[in-house]
Design a protein around this ligand. Structure first.
Ligand code: DGJ
Length: 721
């Protein structure tokens, strides 16, 4: 049973395939977390509370308890999970157990993205209600166990059943205590063009914040946090992790208290979000996905990948092979006309590409990035036949046509801004700070949401458009609204996200055939919230193959390969100036949704031939690449090499990708150790015809050739025989 309640001990035991999560209600009504880790047999573990009975110290016992829903002012001194300021002006919030329900399935969260079930037997949901007896604030904590997928999700609905307005100051999605402190902290840090570097540090007795206050999940941190045993590796050891299904500002914390116990928390960022909860109203937190793995970080990633690929992403494209695309951005930037675009499309068709994507610069008078955002009307000087005419010509060549938008933005030099200067985020009397010469539309306003829905839908309805790249190229500064009363100004960031999700829900369901890819200056909003609406994301504006090893490796900690856009671009690379071979660039792009981003019409005949071969390879392998099991084998953060493998769902095909950064004189032999194969089975290397046992590939490893020159790559295809 995924969820058991034991009335005598008032304990709840949640069980996935390999994990247990145990809660208990104490006599005083406090809800505590007794355990999260490897699966336990169902039974009595309330004896664990004995460890807390005798605590005598400067702090009250309460503060030392493994609280499941800690609040402030109660003797707990860490990041609170919930806090509400009441009409008396204090934020003391005391939540005690009231009742519970257990039901099959999983309900949607109104207005927010979330994981889902396709039939009620896929998951079981426990809802525990806590209540503050003084204010009548209720916290309905929902836990959903996806037993087969082996994950737990958690969120809270805060319901004001009292008669006075409350101000929510903390509304975290999950807060979980862990026994002990001897953990390493892992998070994904970066910047524009250097997203999601894997950072692992000893936690010690510290409080660490991993956060964004930018109004987007951001390039700097990802809404992901994990603790692991010191000995945990990619393939072994315990890992406890949380990922937030949300695309705006967030806070994740890892804390160790003075009793040497740890806690992980994730949710909205209280620095930039406060919410007025009037009598009778409900506030829903975003969903947190909790993954425990006793098979190291790959075990954790496998669980996220399967859940996100199959029960977070939605729509027609969720399970379809993703088209190989050519995007003109790095090929032309703003300097294009119809003739140049068609020349690229023609060459793309020749090499087997399936989708042409027209990037920024097709609308208004946008020949540089200083104008026209908001004016989603084609520039006929550049494209005299319009988007419909161009799309038709591209379709006639046998390619799908895709289009770039940046719908959440407005340029001060635009008809939209001249007509509606109050439609951007701003504070009256203060400057409106531009970044990339643009301002952010105030998506907390319904009329702005409706404008975006209409503007984008009009274009999509006017031409044969099969793909949309939805970009967002700056973060929030004056994140307030001209449309809200003073007491609700601190709600603007979250209201913006709710508005964005409404826009995305409306547009993606009106155009179910369109493949949507999200983007934010590359990977500045690569999160599970966006993946609910758009099954792929542009991973990074850094298209340098060597840099991409680290970016794609880090991204894969949480997000599946089928969600990562990966393109072959020009050499020398536009972000780093580094020269790499076409083979290396292609082999790296194989790690995600493969595409090209360079002027194909200007490539040498030899390169065109090689590109045609790459496209054939991707088409042959893409089911394995997009729907197989992805496993990291060697980290670019730890060595001169990187390696990962894909195993097809039927376990018959294995694609092994290996990379070496710098060449070395007199190098030692370097072996790659595959993982998760069948030890008894035989595998044939499809290129050399050599046959290996699964046991040998995993235990003895595969020696790489000794290359001359920097930036080398090898892709092996093995067939199980
Ligand atoms: C940022 C994106 O990440 C790029 O790929 C490109 O679309 C530019 N914006 C266009 O302005």
């Amino acid at each position: 049973m995924p969820v058991c309640y034991h009335a005598a001990s008032k304990t709840f035991h949640l069980q996935g395939k390999t994990f247990s999560y145990v809660l208990a209600v104490r006599e005083d009504g406090t809800l505590v977390n007794l355990y999260w880790g490897s699966r336990l047999p169902d039974g009595e573990i309330t004896y664990l509370m004995d460890g807390y009975q005798g605590s005598a110290s400067f702090d009250p016992l309460f503060g030392h308890l493994p609280l499941e829903m800690p609040t402030r002012g109660t003797g707990y001194y860490g990041t609170p999970a919930v806090c509400a300021m009441n009409a008396q002006g204090n934020d003391l919030t005391c939540l005690t157990y009231e009742d519970y329900t257990i039901a099959s399935g999983k309900a949607a969260i109104p207005g927010l993205p979330a994981t889902y079930v396709e039939s009620p037997d896929e998951a079981t949901t426990l809802i525990i209600r806590l209540r503050d007896k003084l204010t009548s604030l209720c916290a309905d904590i929902s836990y959903t166990v996806f037993e087969q997928l082996d994950v737990l999700t958690r969120r809270t609905a805060l319901v004001n059943e009292g008669s006075e307005k409350l101000t929510l100051t903390h509304m975290q999605s999950a807060s979980v205590p862990l026994y002990g402190r001897d953990y390493d902290l892992v998070h994904l840090k970066g910047s524009w063009a250097r997203e999601r570097a894997v950072v692992r540090t000893p936690l010690g007795q510290a409080s660490v914040r991993v956060e964004s206050q930018r109004g987007a999940s951001g390039h700097e941190e990802n809404p992901f946090i994990a603790l692991c045993e010191k000995s945990a590796t990619e393939h072994a050891g315990s890992v406890w992790s949380m990922n937030l299904v949300y695309s705006g500002s967030f806070l994740a914390t890892a804390e160790v208290n003075n009793q040497h116990n740890s806690r992980l928390t994730i949710g909205l960022n209280p620095e930039v979000c406060r919410w007025q909860l009037a009598a009778g109203e409900t506030f829903c937190t975003p969903e947190a996905v909790l993954v425990y793995s006793d098979e190291g970080f790959n075990g954790m990633s496998h669980r996220y990948h399967t859940l996100y690929r199959t029960r977070l992403c939605r729509g027609e494209w969720r399970d379809k092979p993703r088209p190989i695309l050519i995007n003109n951005w790095e090929g032309t930037y703003f300097d294009f006309n119809e003739e140049r675009i068609l020349a690229i499309a023609e060459r793309a068709k020749e090499i087997g590409v399936e989708l042409f994507v027209l990037d920024d610069g097709w609308f208004g008078k946008r020949n540089t990035d200083n104008c026209s955002l908001g004016d989603w009307v084609v520039n006929r000087e550049k494209l005299p036949c319009g988007i419909d005419g161009l799309a038709k010509k591209v379709n006639d060549m046998g390619l799908m046509f895709g289009l770039w938008f940046e719908p959440e933005m407005v340029s001060p030099d635009s008809d939209l801004y001249r007509a509606h200067p109050d439609w951007c985020l701003h504070v009256a009397g203060r400057p409106r700070t531009e970044a990339r010469q643009q301002l952010i539309l105030d998506l907390s306003r319904v009329e702005v949401q409706d404008y975006i829905i209409k503007a984008v839908s009009d274009v999509l309805g006017s031409a044969s458009i099969g793909y949309v790249k939805w970009d967002m190229n700056r973060n929030m500064m004056e994140y307030f609204s001209g449309d809200q009363t003073p007491d609700k100004q601190m709600e603007t960031q979250h209201r913006y996200m709710l508005g964005l999700y409404r826009v995305l829900e409306t547009i993606t369901s009106s155009f179910p055939n369109v493949l949507f890819e999200s983007c934010s200056g590359g990977g500045g909003r690569f999160d599970a919230g966006m993946l609910h609406y758009m099954p792929q994301t542009w991973t990074s504006d850094d298209t340098d193959a060597v840099e991409r090893l680290a970016i794609q490796y880090g991204t894969s900690f949480v997000y599946p390969a089928s969600s990562m856009g990966a393109h072959v671009s020009a050499s020398p690379n536009h972000q780093t100036g580094r020269a790499t071979t076409l083979k290396m660039r292609g082999d790296v792009a194989l790690g995600g949704n493969f595409g090209f981003e360079l002027d194909l019409s200007r490539q040498s005949p030899e390169d065109v031939t090689e590109m045609r071969r790459m496209v054939e390879d991707v088409k042959r392998l893409r089911l394995t690449l997009q729907q197989g099991t992805f496993t990291r084998l060697e980290s670019p953060f730890e060595s001169n090499f990187a390696a990962w493998q894909f195993v097809s769902a039927d376990e018959q095909d294995v694609v092994l990708c290996c990379y070496q950064r710098l060449a070395m004189p007199n190098p030692a032999s370097h072996r790659i150790f595959l993982n998760g194969l069948c030890a008894e089975a035989k595998y044939r290397d499809e290129k050399s015809g050599k046959i290996y046992s699964g046991a040998a590939l995993m235990r003895a490893g595969l020696p790489l050739p000794r290359p001359m020159g920097d930036f080398t790559s090898w892709v092996y295809e093995f067939k199980r025989i």
